[in-house]
Design a protein around this ligand. Sequence first.
Ligand code: ATP
Ligand code: HMH
Length: 273
Amino acid sequence: MISVTMTIAGSDSGGGAGIQADLKTFQELKTFGTSSITALTAQNTLGVQDVFPVEASFIVKQINAILEDFDVKAIKTGMLFSSTIIREVSNRLKDTKIPLIIDPVMIAKGGATLLQSDAIDAMIQDLFPIATIITPNIPEAEAISGIAIKSEDDLQLAAQKLLSFGPQVVILKGGHLSDESEAIDRVYFQDGTTLNFTAKRLPTKDTHGTGCTFSAAITAFIARGFSIEDAISEAKKYIHAAISHGLNLGHGHGPTNHFAYNDHVNKEMVSNG
Ligand SMILES: Nc1ncnc2c1ncn2[C@@H]1O[C@H](COP(=O)(O)OP(=O)(O)OP(=O)(O)O)[C@@H](O)[C@H]1O
Ligand SMILES: Cc1ncc(CO)c(N)n1
């Protein structure tokens, strides 16, 4: 039977990030995607024009509607916007035992605020202790850990600090470390194990929604029963293919190509998984 996935995130009217990226990824990875929308954004490849948050109680109503009807196998969160939303969502999820992947979305590529600055504490206190995986990029890891990341040693320190907040696994996405020819994602487990997932850095401006897509792909593979390590490895292939076969749409940071994994990478993995 097909596995059910859920995303709790904001809507991107431009279709490249947020709920839209998540549902496209869930679909391409052969899971049945459901969603609880936390905020509307008026957004395109050039930036975010406005944000309209949804009432926290209505976000929980959407989650209830899904969980009361479906056997959800994995959940991801994206844009959560406020401390009230974070508290209500974590309160609803804390006893579910469903694997939870948290993409701690804070700022859009154009600079718009997708998480109010006073909401970081709520994320640390309420959401990270119940997380299976958190997937910060470098600026997010810096804001959450309070450690400026300029070197490999800083990365280690920040990762240890993030692990101390309680998630089982921390993925530090290297997409934002400058002058590297490789896009390295470093994975840290509570038992001290670390793994690096490396791919060639692709020279493109069309990276709108890469973080959303990567965490949604991890969520889909976990829902289908992959181990955490295999889910990350395969999600890295999904996002790399999606960036390399860009669609050249819009006038700013264009969206990635969700068809690329099945068209160019996956030959039998999806039917076997
Ligand atoms: N130019 C690139 N070439 C190859 N891989 C990339 C590139 N940019 C990002 N990635 C990969 O895409 C994934 C998402 O990382 P990224 O750092 O872009 O997330 P993010 O900053 O959270 O994205 P967003 O701005 O959508 O929130 C990671 O696996 C990262 O290594
Ligand atoms: C709704 C939404 N969520 C996440 C991101 C981060 O890419 C974005 N730009 N918009």
